[in-house]
Write a protein that binds this ligand. Structure first.
Ligand SMILES: [Zn+2]
Length: 411
């Protein structure tokens, strides 16, 4: 990274977003400001998935390892990439039983599917889960938020009948495009095909790879190839983005899986009362929140879009005499659900403006005698030289719209 660009760890420290500590290598500590961004991202993904007919679930973080043996993760993903514990309790007659911290949500999603018999009328059954996962990355590979041992995934598993595959994959690709276009990222899709180490028959793989190709064709999407880079249970379409520094990242993914429905003997009753096996689609839009947030921090160099900014507006009274009016403006913004702070420290006005600029606050609002007399505010917009005057109400109205649209540009 070139000298004048900041690393996400540095931005995280300066803006008090997150930090890491040797007490938990590879697992970030989120500070209050970081949690604001985290929760905004969660809110966004929940809105998108609810609109698209998903239902949210939650599954345990620690389960008996036998689940991962049955799914094939133990063998193919590698037990050494998971955190496993031997526990003996009374319920197991004091025999040691192996438990694992889940490295992915899929096998547990099938437990929810198997909770009761399923009918074709429920398909596509879209089960979303914002799940916390643990992966045993080597210490040399752990890097801030970009590679972590504990991650939060905006995961979903969709159970479909075979004839529903194309439409469902198409909907997911569309959701990914909407999401990444909204952040202003350039993106490209890549089709990742069968890896050497894999589960399932060649016939199964032919069917799955052809289905993904067909879904891309039907959506009119040109995709690059990643030969041999599929998941062990099925091929996938990955979305790669380019950030502001021209670096490429693989983030969103959609994967087609005929293997786990077979391994877990999943079924549904079709219109003729016959048992059928559903196909499982795995998908994540962010991939991991941690990694996505790390990339966003570097992409925007800490100057987050307004809707994500932990502090959206900073009110600065010019002197002590203007504190009452500054408080009035502060309360008005707060009541309108704008995230606002008031800086009434005894530093000079210039020093306080500079601090807010370093924090990349989108709007710095300075109020003095003149503003008080004219019943307005002076607004400094991040990245703009010009200072403008406006009434608080009309300013609130403009930025509320910007926040609702989740725009990446300031007004
Ligand atoms: Zn999955």
């Amino acid at each position: 990274m070139s000298n004048n660009l900041k690393d996400h760890r540095q931005i995280g420290q300066e803006q008090e977003i997150f930090f890491t500590n040797d007490i938990a290598p590879g697992a970030p500590f989120w500070l209050p400001r970081g949690m604001i961004i985290f929760k905004e991202l969660e809110k966004y993904i929940r809105e998108l998935t609810e609109k698209a007919g998903y239902q949210e679930t939650s599954t345990p973080i620690m389960v008996k390892s036998e689940l991962f043996k049955q799914s094939g993760h133990w063998e193919k993903f590698g037990e050494h990439n998971m955190y496993n514990l031997q526990l003996s309790d009374e319920e197991n007659d004091n025999q040691a039983v192996s438990y694992s911290l889940k490295p992915m949500n899929c096998p547990e999603s099938t437990v929810i599917y198997r909770f009761r018999p399923r009918s074709y009328k429920e398909l596509p059954l879209r089960l979303a889960e914002i799940g916390r996962l643990h992966r045993r990355e080597k210490s040399g590979e752990v890097n801030g938020l970009l590679r972590v041992r504990q991650l939060t995934m905006d995961d979903a598993h969709i159970y479909v009948a075979e004839e529903q595959i194309f439409e469902e994959i198409g909907n997911i690709l569309y959701m990914m495009m909407t999401f990444y276009e909204n952040f202003g990222f350039e993106y490209e899709f890549r089709l990742a095909t069968r890896p050497e180490k894999r589960a399932g028959t060649d016939q199964m793989w032919d069917k799955a790879e052809n289905a993904l190709k067909e879904a891309l064709i039907r959506k009119g999407i040109q995709a690059g190839d990643k030969l041999g880079d599929g998941a062990f249970y099925g091929p996938k379409i990955d979305l790669h983005i380019k950030d502001s520094q021209g670096r490429e990242w693989q983030l969103a993914t959609v994967q087609l899986d005929f293997h786990q429905p077979e391994a877990f003997k999943l079924e549904y009753i079709d219109g003729d009362g016959q048992k059928q096996q559903p196909v499982m689609i795995h998908r994540a839009i962010f991939g991991s929140f941690e990694r996505f947030l790390g990339i966003l921090m570097e992409h925007f160099q800490g100057a987050f879009p307004l809707w994500l900014s932990p502090v959206q507006t900073m009110v600065i009274p010019i002197t002590d005499k203007n504190i009452d009016y500054a408080n009035q403006v502060f309360n008005q913004l707060k009541e309108a659900n704008i995230r606002v702070e008031l800086d009434d420290r005894s530093e000079t006005m210039q020093a306080r403006v500079r601090d807010a600029e370093l924090q990349k606050v989108p709007y710095i609002i300075v109020v003095g005698e003149k503003e008080e007399k004219d019943h307005n505010i002076s607004i400094r917009t991040r990245g703009q030289k010009e200072i403008r005057q406006d009434e608080t109400e009309s300013f609130v109205e403009q930025i509320r719209k910007n926040i609702e649209k989740r725009s990446t540009k300031l007004v």
